[in-house]
Design a protein around this ligand. Sequence first.
Ligand code: URA
Length: 217
Amino acid sequence: MTQQQLRIYVPPHPLIQHWLGVARDVATPSVLFRSAITELGRWLTYEAVREWLPTQETTVQTPLATCPATFIDPHMPVAVVPILRAGLGLLEGAQGLLPLASVYHLGLARNEETLEAVCYLNKLPEKFAPETRVLITEPMLATGGSIMVAMEELTQRGVDPALIRIVSVVACPPALQKLAAAYPGLIIYTATIDEILNDQGYIVPGLGDAGDRIFGT
Ligand code: URA
């Protein structure tokens, strides 16, 4: 039996690299930072849904002939779960590509002393339909506190971890190690992996507080 491993994709895409650079720059104003995160949400989602979105084969009639055609299967449930606040920044880009997806908000705040994630809003359904694909948007995978709570909430409600994709912008080893230990086989798309997490739980070099920069607070 082959052992499953966490798979982390850092797509070598010039648009992803460009918008990451804009987001990292401390001189980038909030309005442009928000656009950069939206673009990262779009392009990382584009990569993440490859071989994940269910399709169905049919035929269409062109003006000249009948030919085979492949469409997104509208009957297979797809959901996006943005982790508030910062995950909202990635939502617009993701939703643009997945217009039929249901969006379930999950509000998790970090206790700045313990660095533990506390849930203050949970709009998840009691149970997800079988085979629901879930895309979680969370720009900063730092200590891993929030993403681990999100994964637990989803799997408790029947979501198969193999059908989950995480879209992040900056991922850091502590979060990746926790996810790898609990959910081998999980797939993550991120713009970069930064190695350092400082004592305050910030990723270095990172991009600062993503929520504050998205919302100008
Ligand atoms: N959350 C952020 O917004 N930034 C970090 O560097 C870590 C967690």
